[in-house]
Structures are given as C-alpha cells and as structure tokens.
Design a protein around this ligand. Structure first.
Ligand code: SPV
Ligand code: MG
Length: 670
C-alpha cells in the first residue's frame, strides 16, 4: 500500500498561516504539524512509501519531509500549474508513480485520529471516510449512499448523503478505474474540477464503500477557525484514556497486537487481574500480580498499570473513569457475557465507550496454556501453593477426590455468578472415600502404597494442591517416611488424627471402640514428621478427636495448644454434631489465644454453616470430605435398578451423561 498526499494547493483561506510555507506544515499540536503527524501515522501503520504532490514552497516541503520522516520513501511530483488547476491535475501528473499498488489517498490538510486510519486500513474493499454522526456540511464533501455503496461525492449533494472526508483507501482494481477517468478528464482539458467529478462517472464499476468513522476526529483544516477547532479536538483525542484488563501471565504476540491497537486510541492503562481473581475463574497464576504488573509496565504504549482486584470491572472503572474500554469480542459469549453487560452499563453511566477487537483462538495460546498447567502440576510448584492460597484468600475450600476422574471434577468445576466465578481451591484425599472406592472399611486397611497410587492417579491429571488424609499417621517410624513420600509427590499437607490402635471412621463417634493417643505420643509424632520434612512449604496438620470421643472442650483445647507447640502447622477440629455450637466454641477459644495457626473444619454434619461464616469466625480451611462419593453411589444404584427393572437400558438413558461429554473432561496433555 502506497500513500498519496495532495499538497499542491495554495491554502489561500489560511491567510498568513500559509504565506511562508505550505498549509500542511501548519502546527496542529505542540509537537507536530499536519504533515509530520500524517507521516508518523503512516509509518506506524506500516506504510513506508508515499507520493506527495507539491505546488508552492516545494523545496521547503522536501526538506521538511527529509527532516521529519527520514525513513519514508517519498516521491515528490510538482504541479507547476497549481494556481489554475485543482488536485485532479496533480494526480494526473503523478499517475505513473501510482499504478502499481493499492492506494491510501488523503488531502494534505486532513487531520484524523489513529482509530480512523486503523479502521480504514483494516476494512475490506475500497473505502471513503464518512460520518453518520457529523452534521451535513454546507460547503464540504458529502457522499451519496445507495444500497451500501457510494454513488456520488460532491459538495452539492444533500439527499441520502453523509458528511464525507477526502480519505480513501482504494484497492488497485478500483483505483485504476478512477485513475483512467481522471486521465481522460485532464486530457480533455478538465483540470480545475474535483477528482471526484471523474469518480462520479465510474462508480458503477469502481466499487467504493463508505467507512463510518462516527464521532472520531477526521476533518480538513481550511481556515484559522478550523485550525483552532481541530487543535482542540486533537488535544482531547490525545488525552483520551483507555483501559484494558489482563489476566495473562504468559504474554504472546496476540497480546502485543491488541495492546498496540488499544494504545492508538489514547493513553492506555492496563489493569492486571489480582491473583485471587485469576484463580477464581481460571488456574492459579504462575507469576504473582506484582510481577505481571511489572511485565506490562515495560511494554511500549502502556501509560500505567493498576491492579484490578475483582473479575468485575465496575469498581475500577468508576475509579478511573476511562473514556474507552478495550476488549476482545470473544466475551460476547459464555460466562463473560454478564461481565460485558456490566462494563457497558458502567460506561454508559458516565459516558464512556466500549471498543472491541476481533479475537481469534490462537493455537499458540493453547500450547502456552498447556505449558503453564504442566508447570503448575510439577511437585515443587504444586506443594507450596496451598500456603500461597491461604495467605491470599484467608479461607480456602477443599473438595474430596478419590480417583483421576473425581480429581478432574474438582480441578475443573467452576460456576459463574454475575461478575464473579467460584471453584474449589484444593483436593482432599479422604481415607474414607479412598477405602470405600476399593470396597474396604476405613480402618487403615488400605496400605500406604495403595493410597499413594490414588495420589499419583490424581496428580497426573490435575494441578490443584492436595491435602492428604493420613489417618493416625501410623507408627512414628513409618510416619516420617510417609511425610517424605508425600512431599516428593507434590502433596501440600497431611492431616493426622490423634488416635491410636485400630482406627475407625470418626463418623461412628463413640458407637465403636476408639482410643485417643496421649498428648505426649502424638506430639512426638508431629515433631518427628516436622523434623523429617525436606521442603519448607509442606504442612503437617493435627486433627483433634476429643469432641468426637466426647472428651470435652478443655481436652480439645489443651491438645490443640500442645500440638501447635510440637510443630503442627494447623489444627483440624472435628465434630459429628449437626449443631455447630461446639465447633464455634472451640474456634472462639482457640482464636482467643492463637490468631495465626490455620484452623480446619470438615462440616459433614454441621453442614448448615456457610463458608463466609466460618471465615468470619477464624476458620481457614473448609473440607467437603465425602459429598462427591455420596452423590455417585445413589446415582449408580438408581441406574443399576432401572436396567434390572426394565430388562434394557433405554429407561436409564435420561439420567446418563453422553460419554462424549465425559471424555471432554479428560485432558489431552498434562
Ligand atoms: C475422611 O474423609 O476420611 C475423614 C473425614 O477422615 S471424616 O470422614 O469426617 O472423619
Ligand atoms: Mg479419614
């Protein structure tokens, strides 16, 4: 694409402003003239070749171009008859330099904002800039539009017309048709009319479409009054603020391209989504928010970087009040639709505008995302993430998984509510569910090697942190090995309960014989585990069974403080009562003395308490210990009975998921 800039005119109406240099060399801002701005815009858009027609002050113009656009390949064509001819004749004189390429044609006194150039260059077909929002000018160009095409351009047409500006992007085929007619006009002596008179003769063959620039800045400077208005409008356009939000921690060329486009709309502020907001709808970010912010701050065109704390833009927009929000058009579908709606409503409330750029699913992005997930699934990376999540969120939610498939369910289940999303933070490898899945009782019968197999199955296909139910921890001599094995597998924490002998599941309470370990023994086990541990981030959490075994609150608290002293990284307090009163009482008493040690609850019985209430009371980890298994057993029983009852599978079908959908949950690569 080549540019043609028409600068042969005398600019008489500019008065003294064009008495010493061509009109295009008039200053339009503190830093630029109309021409230097045009040349910069062309070069930024990748157009390096231009033809400039000249008239008066040709030498000054040439020297000026060499100075302001040294990298541009410019052919100057002089129109010696500039006093008595119009630009139709300048084009005619330059015709030989204009035959070989698509053309961007503009008048030398045209001032337009970047958005206009971007739009016209990316639109399909030959185009002329028009505005559906500008009033029809009395004396300037208007374009008559019929059936979506431009039929005529001139100052005398008012019917079915839109205000038009002398900025054209012409495909070679259409341009040749027009140029041939320009040639015919000039050779027949018609040299002082508009080039558009020639165009109007050929619009049946030269397919010219309007490009609606709406309210974007695009206009000519003919008089000192125009200059004052355009200068002011340009200042406003250049001070416009633009906002874009990113969650990405791996930047690729697609991000750079959209940032470049956004920066051309005004002063660009980038919002970087907080770690918590990213983790709520996607995966845990590999780079923390501060590092992601630093990454964006160093990109050309980015004016400033802020942290956006929620998926919802609302708060940030009301604070920054950007004129424009930029986003890819992919958020028109899916869960982001509601976010988009909210952004549009917020923008409308103060007169801002949304600009969307086409978004295409880039296969490179998928590859990068897979690489990120792989990174997150590596043991060293996964292990430490539980502590990070605790620091970040205060309270985390953990769901039971007992095989690869339930692991994937916990990994990928996400719900979107209004402007926010929710998913589980981590996985619980329950001894009860792991044993039940094997048809065995929960009495430490399933040996550690088999339990580790379950951990392996889950770690192989997921990335979220894992908390392992270590039962009693077994013999201290065995427990130290368990700790190291779990660390190596990337497990973040083990919870061991202060029982000894034949362990039975706590949900039996005092219905079965169970023995609580002594404070001394159990403390020694914790201390040995902490000593054996190799990594700094692994957690050993002590679980207290006093309330289950009806030993009283005092015993529970005494144990809790002793186990913390022995080195426990957290305390799990358990109860099988529906009423949460005793759990609340424990939390209150514990927190009165210890504000920092993480507290864990398993609200299987006291299931009416919400996560928010637990958090307010000082709990840090809520484990949903067996609900997935309890939902799969009745579903499977029902299917088995239905098939038995009907002697066929047809009737069971309505409650079955097509295998296609199940397979979709299985990652191709991890
Ligand atoms: C488990 O899930 O195995 C537990 C929690 O230990 S509970 O079943 O509530 O004892
Ligand atoms: Mg258990």
């Amino acid at each position: 694409m080549k540019a043609l800039i028409l600068n042969s005119g005398m600019g008489r109406r500019m008065g003294v402003l064009s008495s010493e240099h061509p009109k295009c060399m008039t200053e339009i801002s503190a830093m630029e003239t109309i021409l230097s701005r045009q040349l910069r815009q062309l070069s930024e858009a990748g157009i390096r070749e231009a033809v400039i027609t000249t008239g008066p002050f040709e030498e000054a113009l040439k020297q000026y171009c060499a100075q302001v656009a040294p990298g541009m390949d410019i052919t100057f064509v002089n129109n010696p008859a500039y006093r008595e001819t119009n630009y139709i004749y300048s084009i005619y004189l330059a015709r030989e330099a204009l035959r070989d390429d698509d053309l961007l044609l503009m008048h030398g006194d045209l001032v337009f904002e970047n958005r206009v150039l971007d739009q016209i260059l990316s639109a399909k077909g030959s185009r002329m800039a028009v505005s559906s929002l500008a009033p029809l000018p009395e004396k300037d160009f208007k374009a008559v539009i019929r059936e979506g095409r431009i039929e005529k351009v001139g100052i005398e047409f008012f019917d079915s017309a839109l205000a038009a500006q002398p900025l054209y992007r012409l495909e070679k085929r259409d341009w040749w048709i027009w140029l041939e007619e320009i040639t015919a006009f000039c050779e027949a002596g018609q040299r002082s009319c508009y080039a558009e008179n020639a165009l109007n003769r050929v619009t049946d063959r030269c397919i010219l479409l309007p490009l609606d620039v709406e309210d974007a800045l695009c206009g000519e400077v003919d008089t000192p009054e125009d200059l004052a208005i355009m200068t002011e409008k340009l200042r406003a356009a250049e001070n416009r603020t633009v906002y874009m939000c990113f969650s990405a921690d791996v930047l690729h060329s697609g991000h750079m391209a959209i940032i470049r486009k956004a920066a051309r709309l005004g002063k660009l502020t980038i919002g970087v989504l907080s770690d918590e907001a990213v983790a709520s709808y996607k995966r845990f970010p590999i780079l923390p928010a501060e590092e992601r912010m630093a990454l964006f701050a160093n990109i050309r065109g980015v004016d400033r970087v802020v942290e956006q704390r929620t998926l919802s833009y609302r708060e940030t927009l009301l604070e920054l009040r950007p004129d424009i929000v930029v986003h890819g058009d992919n958020w028109r579908q899916g869960f982001q639709r509601e976010l988009r709606r909210e952004v549009m409503d917020t923008l409308e409330s103060y007169g801002g505008r949304l600009v969307e750029f086409p978004y295409s699913d880039d296969p490179r992005l998928k590859a990068l995302e897979n690489a990120s997930r792989k990174e997150l699934s590596l043991p060293d990376n996964r292990r430490g993430r539980l502590r990070k999540l605790l620091d970040m969120k205060g309270l985390i939610t953990v769901m039971e998984a007992h095989d690869g498939l339930t692991g994937l369910l916990v990994e990928n289940t996400v719900i979107h509510e209004g402007g926010s999303s929710r998913q589980f933070d981590a996985m619980w490898i329950s001894s009860l569910c792991d044993s039940t899945a094997r048809g065995k009782p929960d009495i430490e019968l399933v040996d550690m090697t088999s339990r580790f197999r379950t951990v392996d199955d889950i770690t192989e296909v997921t990335t979220k942190p894992i908390i392992f139910d270590g039962d009693t921890g077994g013999l201290t001599e065995h427990f130290v090995y368990t700790v190291r094995s779990l660390e190596k597998m990337g497990v973040s924490a083990v919870i061991i309960e202060d029982k000894t002998g034949l362990k039975k599941n706590s949900l039996f309470g005092t219905e079965v014989a169970q023995t609580q370990d002594s404070i001394e023994n159990f403390s020694a086990k914790i201390a040995a585990g902490k000593k054996a541990q190799k990594s700094a981030d692994f957690m050993i959490i002590a679980r207290i069974e006093s309330l289950i075994l009806e030993k009283g609150m005092e015993d529970a608290l005494k144990r809790a403080f002793a186990f913390v002293k022995a080195g426990a990284d957290g305390i799990m307090i358990h109860s099988r009562k529906k009423d949460p009163a005793e759990i609340f009482a424990f939390i209150e008493a514990f927190r009165a003395a210890d504000r920092v040690t993480p507290l864990v609850v398993v609200p299987t019985s006291f299931n009416s308490v919400t996560e928010e209430e637990f958090k307010a009371r000082g709990v840090n980890i809520v484990i949903y210990a067996n609900q997935l298994m309890r939902s799969e057993v009745p579903a499977m029983t029902k299917t088995a009975e239905t098939i038995l009852r009907h002697h066929r599978a047809l009737e069971a079908d309505e409650s079955l998921m097509p295998f296609r959908e199940i397979i979709r949950m299985i990652p191709e690569d991890i």
